[in-house]
Design a protein around this ligand. Structure first.
Ligand code: PMV
Length: 319
């Protein structure tokens, strides 16, 4: 099979507006892409950085099986990324999507977003064990996404035809509390264990989250600030009830709420310490930024940022 020359494919980050964890139990989630991108470059050569060899084996195997190839021609691989790793921003989904896209292009195989999703999901299953597929849907298709895992193999991915009202997005701040000690896989397994022991608790959590996610849909379209704050606060409390938000992140969130805003984890969260990125909202962004800078006694200057949302999904940057 003939290969191409120098190919770069990129994929964005994602955040969950709401619906993380309950999406593993077949409930809907609303996610949006975030304008931080990861780029995979494949070129002629044979240089694979040591730390990428395991990933290369995995993606090569998936693509080889899909294309019924005996072997993949040698290539050089480079990955660069603006997406903090393990911070609830979908870095692993972005790697899966961009890598599959780059390799298919290198092999001169036409791809569709559906094909990247299907193949990228196989990689996500290896990384996460039992992913809902919501992260990947968002980084592949981009924009604002309504996602629901109907059955283990059937997913509803509905790109929404509107953007989150700018009345709301101009007041979003993302605070990075750092990489959690636990992986997404660990946290999903922890909730599963809770489900085995206390099924009613997880069912109640999921049902409540579903109700909030449905309410959120019109609220983000219309830009209803009062309702947005209520839903984010209630959604966060509900996530706390299943043990995926650490004490230190609860403190920050509480401070933002006391100042009149709202905040939540936007991925799997974290139990012991850091919980990845927090999605924060306040009428005055400065209030959130000041809390990030000095949220408690001797502790830290947490990094914070704002980024454009609803950007394009996986795309070919260079060929
Ligand atoms: O931590 P992240 O960004 O990979 O988000 C995980 C979201 C979960 O709902 C906890 C898991 C999933 O597969 O949907």
């Amino acid at each position: 099979m003939k290969s191409g020359r120098n190919i770069t494919v990129s994929a964005p980050a994602k955040i969950h507006l709401l619906g993380e964890h309950s999406s593993v139990y077949g409930k809907p989630a609303i996610l949006t892409s975030v304008d931080l991108r990861l780029k995979v470059t494949i070129s002629q050569g044979r240089t694979i950085p040591e730390e990428l060899k395991k990933l290369q084996k995995l993606i090569d195997r998936i693509v080889k099986t899909e294309l019924k190839l005996k072997k993949i021609p040698l290539y050089s691989l480079e990955i660069s990324s603006d997406i903090p790793i393990g911070a609830g921003l979908g870095s692993s989904a972005a790697v899966s999507a961009a890598y599959v896209g780059a390799l298919l292009t290198y092999l001169r195989v036409t791809w569709s977003l559906e094909r990247i999703y299907r193949l990228g999901f196989k990689a996500e299953e290896v990384f996460h064990g039992n992913p809902s597929g919501g992260d990947l849907a968002t980084v592949v298709f981009g924009g604002l996404i309504w996602f629901r895992r109907e059955t283990p193999t059937l997913k509803l991915i509905q790109p929404l035809s509107f953007n989150i009202s700018s009345k709301l997005t101009k007041r979003f701040v993302l605070i990075n509390t750092g990489t959690p000690k636990e992986s997404t896989r660990d946290l999903v397994a922890m909730v599963k264990e809770l489900y085995t022991k206390k099924p009613k608790k997880v069912e109640n959590f999921s049902n409540y989250q579903e109700k909030l996610v449905k309410e959120l849909l019109t609220v983000i379209k219309e830009g209803n600030e009062k309702e947005f704050i209520r839903i984010i606060r209630e959604g966060e409390r509900n996530l706390e009830s299943i043990g995926v938000v650490s004490k230190s992140s609860k403190e920050i969130i509480m401070k933002i709420e006391e100042a009149g805003g709202a905040a939540k984890i936007c991925g799997a969260g974290g139990k012991a310490e850091a919980t990845g990125v927090l999605l924060c909202y306040h009428k005055q962004k400065k209030v959130v930024e000041n809390i990030a800078k000095a949220y408690s006694k001797n502790r830290y200057n947490l990094p914070y940022f704002s980024a454009k949302l609803g950007v394009e999904g996986v795309k070919l940057e260079k060929i």
